[in-house]
Ligand binder design. Sequence first.
Ligand code: SF4
Length: 216
Amino acid sequence: MHPITFTTAMTDRDHLRQLRIPTKDNPLRIMMSACLSGITCGWDGTANGEYPAALRILKYDTVKVVKFCPEEFSFGAPREMCDIHGGTGFDVLDGKAKLLTESGQDWTEGILKASAHMLDIATQHQIELAVLMDVSAACGSQVIYSGSRFSEHKVYQIGAGVAAAMLIRNGFKVISQRDYASLEILYSKIDPTHVLDTSKIDHHEIEWYKEYFKTT
Ligand code: SF4
């Protein structure tokens, strides 16, 4: 039995459909997890893998990408792996859960500081959409771990990481690199030649998600 602790940023396709058609002179302002853009800011000094569906965003001159890594901002890279204990990113914002490292260090204060900084950047740049790396305790927006991912019986929960929760709570729209249907809509906005592929689905629609979280 896997608990559903908090339903957060289900992909808001209506918001994506309402995004304006940008131009070179007035590009769409997108915030991106720095690692998703290829920057090696991950906990192990890598970019956490390659996600072509998100990387493609960088190719368009109709987009202005603002990259930020909240964990690197506060803890550097490489660093320990961290996960949220006792709730979701929203609970961390509310003082009800903590961000702990693998060795038990409490990084709550640092991630709150980084999340506030990320919000400042998003506000300053008038971000219209954030595309963030899912499962991260900072950037996750659909699924995150509940407690340590290295525990013998690791548990996932529906929820947002701390930085993503900060953005969502302040009115910013967040999608993940695995929300392929949403990314399709985004590409139809930023690329006039893009033909919308309606067969694509978002992460909360995949079989694993539906089965694991018993959402159907
Ligand atoms: S905190 Fe976010 S940007 Fe930084 S490595 Fe983790 S997922 Fe990527």
